[in-house]
Write a protein that binds this ligand. Sequence first.
Ligand SMILES: Cc1cc2nc3c(=O)[nH]c(=O)nc-3n(C[C@H](O)[C@H](O)[C@H](O)COP(=O)(O)OP(=O)(O)OC[C@H]3O[C@@H](n4cnc5c(N)ncnc54)[C@H](O)[C@@H]3O)c2cc1C
Length: 413
Amino acid sequence: MRVVVIGAGIVGLCSAWHLARLGAEVTVLDSGEPGSGASSGNAGAISAGSVAPLAMPGVLKTVPQMLTDPKAALHIPLRYWPKAFPWLWQFVASARPAKVQATAQALGALMFGAMERHREILAAEGALDLIRETGQLYLYRDRAQFQKDAGSWALRQQHGMRLEFLEGLDAIRALEPDVRGDYQLGVFIPDQGSCINPRRHAEVVAAGVRRMGGQVLRQEVLGLLVEDHRVAGVRTREGEVRADAVVLAAGAFSAGLLAPLGIKVPLESQRGYHVMLPDPGIALQRPIIPADRKAFISPMETGLRIAGTVEFGGLDRPPNPYRAELLLEDLRQVFPQANSEGREGHWMGHRPCLPDSIPVVGPVRAWPGLWCAFGHGHLGLTGSAPTGRLLAQVMLGPTPNVDLAPYAVERFG
Ligand SMILES: Cc1cc2nc3c(=O)[nH]c(=O)nc-3n(C[C@H](O)[C@H](O)[C@H](O)COP(=O)(O)OP(=O)(O)OC[C@H]3O[C@@H](n4cnc5c(N)ncnc54)[C@H](O)[C@@H]3O)c2cc1C
């Protein structure tokens, strides 16, 4: 089978890797270099157990802060509200308790065993050094602050996440000696892990696709090629690329390629930022997340990365350096002693977010030949390897025992 994959982000690449492994003739097309989109600058957390959707019951109460506080971890500039409103409406609607349970079920089923799935690819490519299985550590000022997130933690525990509670700064420092901020409660997740260089991770997977005979080419896809009511390939500036199947994995840009087929998907970019400290002067064993700011402080092989913040603003607006500066404030809350000399920033990337926090994975029923793998939001690194394996199996067999209905593009009507 000839397959074109649109997008050489980590989701498209893992899909291509599994398709190639199952014998497909794969061509990955991207307007940029492999992994140069959101997949290059994320926080590196591999969080299979993070099944709680972004919209949890009570989310409506946070709206005034989003609107008025430019320092809030989630910010929507006033001028972007009219554009964001329909998406937010669906987002808030998806916070109903029954829907939240269903979402957790769907995310849990998709991401189950994510670490093993990453290990599977990286072991085959001789790059297991890219991942660390040393857990993740969330920090809370006190129990009262933890209570605000208690619902999300309980949901994760119901879905099998193991937690260890560290009471007091001494217990936190026994695990991470460099923590200096006033945090009295640590929540350690021993079974999660992280990647120490997401860009290299993507490059390694791309090299694996080539090793198995696939191509990864720098070409922008201008549109899908439609013939006899099916998708028969793609159009690029260089001409048509014909295929038996096309996988749409263009991250936050995917909706634009579906629209000409009459398919509307409420895909919104949640713009995130990072700054890198090449010589931070502190040594962390794992990503640390100060829960009050929701920033990830992640040790990378090239230094310390502080990543996070959510900003609405679409695909075209230039980055806002102020959002990146806020990340340094977050860092100072936990590590006031960190050395920020020589820092590199302000990287910005587009998290591809759907209002129900569930990615679109699977066939497009109205258009034979077209498959989707996008919308992984805040969990795209985590979900990429399991998504790739699932999609390749659904396309080429053996058919996996997973109900694809929760991930269907048709759920948006
Ligand atoms: C600050 C930040 C921190 C994050 N932290 C984490 C984390 O710790 N853990 C985690 O699991 N996830 C995290 N994420 C989310 C994760 O990075 C994304 O969900 C994931 O990278 C999405 O991968 P993707 O392949 O779908 O999209 P992308 O990486 O954006 O790739 C899409 C690709 O499609 C290409 N493309 C678009 N249009 C076209 C076209 N017309 N023709 C050809 N190519 C096209 C783009 O050039 C791009 O390379 C974070 C994201 C951000 C921004």
